[in-house]
Design a protein around this ligand. Structure first.
Ligand SMILES: [Zn+2]
Length: 343
């Protein structure tokens, strides 16, 4: 049987060679992530519901059209999680170069008050520090205890977009991995070997379903990106602007005045550099000089990148007969670098 060289599997066994946990990723997922996806990885777990307790911990990235994508990663990226203790402790040890950030939805879930929940989510999302502090003041007015609890979460750059240096591409919640968890909800009752097999089928189905989506794109970018561009172009019509120097513009929009640098692809509103798509201010400048807005979009959103993401077909491999008894399930033995069967 041929083995995909990028596929990785590893089984950890405990005392008496009893099964403890299984890690696996698909070669195709590793290749696609490295070449075509934004460097933001969302991690979340879902509990097994069968005879034996445990958790399926999934890593998901998001493609240029905002579809979930199971990944295998090996370089620098942003990891977004629900702040589970084991993830907070494990990330610096196992992935020292990774920037670990917290999901805003889980953060707001720690508060019962509806208005505070909303303000926490808005505080995580805004790219503007003034707006952030305005929201914080709003929370303090409602409850000084809630404000204190929020400040105790850790450094602001761990959860508030306005203080983050690395681009998060607008991904502030673990919702994507939660919809993946819903997709595999039926598998949670099964034995481990059956779960692995059924998840593989789910991933293959995902690739097949999205392979032809690009036929529906009516521009050089994905449908989702096109929606952002159309919206920003509409708002840009209401902006006034003045050229400061080559490529640099002072733009006054509905909410604020910004400085756009088309050479560096930045705007002082931070949306341009965070999303990798021109903001309304940048769109105003781009339209003024008659440039092509698609030339200012990051490669992740291009139609050609999307086609490349789903170009590779899964190569069917011989299937071993899956173990069906729980006894077999728990006594799987392997060497540390066991590889195979997941191509
Ligand atoms: Zn802007």
């Amino acid at each position: 049987m041929s083995v995909d060289p990028d596929a990785v599997t590893d089984i950890l066994t405990g005392p008496g060679d009893r099964f403890e946990c299984f890690f696996w990723t698909y070669g195709i997922s590793v290749r696609v992530y490295k070449k075509n996806l934004r460097p933001v990885v969302i991690v979340d777990g879902t509990f097994l519901k069968g005879r034996y307790p445990g958790t399926i911990l999934s890593a998901i990235a998001v493609d240029g059209n905002n579809h979930d994508h199971v990944v295998g990663v090996d370089h620098q990226f942003i990891l977004l999680s629900d702040r589970h203790k084991s993830i907070i402790q494990g990330v610096p040890k196992i992935l020292p170069n990774v920037v670990h950030m917290y999901c805003s939805y889980h953060m707001s879930g720690k508060f019962g008050h509806k208005k505070i929940k909303f303000l926490v989510q808005e505080s995580a999302k805004t790219l503007n520090q003034q707006e952030f502090w305005g929201n914080m003041l709003g929370i303090w007015v409602l409850s000084s205890k809630a404000h204190e609890k929020l400040m105790d979460v850790g450094p602001l750059e761990k959860w508030a977009s306005a203080f983050q240096e690395k681009s998060r591409y607008g991904i502030v919640t673990t919702n994507h991995v939660e919809s993946w968890n819903k997709m595999i909800i039926g598998e949670r009752m099964m034995s481990v070997t059956t779960i692995v097999s059924m998840i593989r089928d789910n991933v293959i189905r995902h690739y097949r379903d999205h392979r032809n989506d690009s036929l529906k794109f009516n521009s050089p970018v994905t449908t989702w990106c096109q929606e952002q561009i159309v919206h920003n172009a509409a708002v840009a019509r209401k902006c006034t602007l003045e050229r400061a120097s080559a490529g640099i513009w002072s733009v006054t929009g509905l909410k604020r005045s910004c400085v756009v640098d088309l050479n560096k692809r930045t705007c002082t509103c931070k949306w341009f550099q965070t999303m990798g798509i021109p903001c309304e201010h940048a769109m105003a400048a781009i339209k003024e000089v008659g440039f092509d807005p698609y030339k200012f979009v990051e490669v992740y959103y291009l139609k050609k990148t999307y086609i490349e993401t789903y170009r590779e077909e899964w190569t069917p491999t011989e299937r071993r007969k899956m173990a069906t008894t729980d006894k077999r399930d728990l006594t799987l033995k392997t060497s540390k670098n066991f590889k195979g069967g997941t191509s």
